[in-house]
Write a protein that binds this ligand. Structure first.
Ligand code: G6P
Length: 609
């Protein structure tokens, strides 16, 4: 939800800011803007639309020339996407960019209006610029920031410049991510590391309420009381290439292709001597044996990974697992507490609802385990235990490689839980782990046959509605396949447990409606086939995604996509199968002329409720 950047150094500031915003565009692309100190004062350029529109505007109006400034890419919350509502916001003396939500902005706006401030936008963010101005006196920016944040309720990461200080960028945060990049006599801020990875790998993580002042001749950190703080510099593990398209037309396609390596790395990193090993993070067999119930709390695709986890953990370890949508969990007064393990799954590690769900569980005495892709994120740092999925930076809004990494971890947890609780033998745990370690092969085989997915996509491209059906693991995959397809192709799609379709929704099946049937699970294949027949009898077009060699009665299936994974137990077949569903969604999006990396209305990291 919005990306912010800031720079001070010797480089051309506009270039650095625009570079950074490009890397953060996944966080929102309703509008963009920058403010840069020129010799004669601050020049602000901002526009509704994507960065490409911003680049056009810069070309037409001329790029600001300077070495110090801030920038923003927006996912609209308060006020429609428009030039006026674009950041940076300014009142003359103070210019800011903001990521987050100021919950008490109405009260603050009333107060400031009484004091004579006139607002130009409908945003909550503009009140921060005015409040900073209100508290700014005696040329003391630090005091203005300290006084302002005392009044703010909600979440914020702020990049701030003061007209009187053309050689400084200030920043602060609360509950929205903000990272400081440390270069050689140059400093950066970014909502995420890729924003400045091209220039430096050294970074400092700002904690809630920290304030940073970046100057040409040094950097200072302060706590909420304005006392100087020492900060530890960390080194990013990500490479620049990981945040670039590397010749692929879209990040999404690149990220789909990365999955064999990512699954392999993630699984290996969680294993020792050929079996899953979690003692190092505190998840010992003894703790596992004491777990009464497992909850998986997450949003979107990460929640779908939790559903695969549920089938795997319950199936193997016989522990009850409940998967909860985080935005519900946090408000439903859940019965959760001591003896429960709450697994929070998140790519970004910043999703507001997931984080709140985790905090609630902790508060009630449950143990929390984060499965998170961003090591330095709030959720990863706050959880009692943490498993790092090694997907690297995921830039495309539609999650792909993070999901396969997440389900790989879910399987490993299932194996270890089952072994620790005596429901499978050590040999079986070894065998399943070895299969999982071999999964990259079958994922690669799916990717190698992407032309078939493209062909299926060409048959979906004109559909107005479609369905995904499946049972157990195939149902979990249907949910994910359907979400992927609708989020980037804008075709209405619903996922149903195959056996449930007949309880109402089958009334929507009519001549020509595509029904993608995931049918990889041998134990319920016959049942799924019956459901396919029911759909077929009503005119539906069946696209079967099944294991290689699965046969259907003549006339049941219109198209078939076979998953070649003889080495994998049925339970593990979702790994290659989901790649086929991702590719179908990707090609459908592209064929419909949509940019799959930046689907409308969405943002990758959702730090609002
Ligand atoms: C957004 C994204 C989804 C993602 C979900 C959860 O809605 O568009 O792709 O699955 O947030 O994000 P997280 O970072 O917690 O996995």
């Amino acid at each position: 939800m919005c990306g912010i950047v800031g720079y001070i150094g010797q480089r051309d500031c506009t270039d650095v800011l625009m570079d950074g915003l490009e890397k953060l565009e996944y966080r929102g692309y309703d509008s963009a803007g920058i403010a840069v100190f020129e010799k004669t004062g601050i020049k602000t350029v901002k526009t509704k639309g994507k960065l490409i529109d911003m680049r056009d505007k810069l070309q037409k109006e001329g790029s600001p020339v300077g070495h110090c400034g801030i920038g923003h890419t927006r996912w609209a919350t308060h006020g429609e996407p428009s030039d006026q509502n674009s950041h940076p916001h300014s009142n003359g003396r103070v210019t800011i960019v903001h990521n987050g939500i100021i919950e008490n902005y109405k009260e603050l706006k009333e107060f400031l209006t009484e004091k004579g401030y006139v607002f130009q936008s409908q945003t909550d963010s503009e009140v921060v610029a005015c409040l900073l101005d209100y508290y700014y006196s005696e040329r003391n920016p630090l005091r203005a920031i300290m006084e302002t944040v005392k009044e703010l309720q909600g979440s914020y990461a702020l990049g701030i410049i003061f007209r009187d200080f053309p050689d400084r960028v200030y920043a602060t945060r609360k509950e929205s991510p903000l990272i400081v990049g440390i270069g050689e006599n140059e400093y950066f801020i970014g909502s995420d590391i890729p924003a400045f990875l091209k220039y430096t790998k050294n970074y400092v993580l700002l904690e809630d309420d920290d304030i940073v002042c970046m100057k040409t001749d040094g950097i200072e950190f302060y706590d909420v009381h304005g006392l100087p703080e020492k900060k530890e510099i960390s080194v990013a593990e990500w490479d620049v290439e990981q945040a670039q398209k590397c010749g692929y037309p879209h990040f999404m396609l690149k990220e789909i292709h990365e999955q064999p390596g990512i699954v392999g790395n993630t699984v290996e990193s969680c294993c020792r001597d050929g079996v899953p090993y979690f003692d190092d993070i505190g998840l010992t067999d003894e703790l596992i044996r004491g777990v009464k119930r497992v909850f998986v709390v997450a949003c979107g695709t990460a929640m779908h990974a939790g559903i695969i986890g549920r089938y795997a953990i319950e199936g193997l370890a016989r522990v009850p697992v409940t998967v909860e949508v985080a935005s519900e969990f946090r408000y439903m007064d859940p019965i959760v507490g001591e003896g429960d393990l709450v697994i929070v799954v998140s790519q970004s590690g910043e999703t507001a609802d997931t984080r709140a769900g985790m905090e609630l569980a902790q508060h009630r005495g449950a143990k929390t385990l984060a499965v998170v892709n961003v090591k330095y994120s709030a959720i990863a740092r706050q959880a009692d235990m943490y498993i790092h999925t090694l997907a690297g930076p995921e830039i495309a809004v539609a999650s792909t490689k993070a999901y396969t990494a997440q389900i790989s971890v879910m399987y490993l947890l299932a194996f270890r839980f089952a072994f620790a609780r005596g429901t499978i033998s050590e040999d079986r745990m070894r065998e399943l782990t070895a299969q999982l370690l071999s999964a990259p092969g079958s994922i690669q085989r799916v990717i190698d046959r992407k032309k078939e997915c493209q062909f299926i996509a060409s048959k979906l491209v004109n559909a107005d509605n479609l369905f995904f059906i499946g049972r157990t693991f195939d149902y979990a995959l249907s949910l994910e396949g359907s979400l992927k397809l609708k989020e980037i192709s804008y075709i209405h799609s619903e996922a149903y447990a195959a056996g449930e379709l007949k309880h109402g929704t089958i009334s929507l099946i009519e001549q020509g409606i595509p029904v993608i049937t995931v049918a990889t699970q041998a134990n319920i294949l016959a049942k799924t086939i019956s459901n396919m027949e029911e759909v077929k009898a009503r005119g539906g077009v069946i696209i079967a995604v099944c294991r290689k060699g699965t046969s259907f009665a003549e006339g049941t299936v219109d198209m078939k996509l076979e998953i070649d994974a003889p080495e994998l137990d049925d339970m593990l077949v979702p790994l290659p199968t989901v790649c086929a569903l991702q590719l179908i969604a990707y090609y459908t999006s592209v064929l419909r002329g949509i940019d799959p990396d930046k689907p409308r209305n969405l943002a990758k990291s959702v730090t609002t409720e």
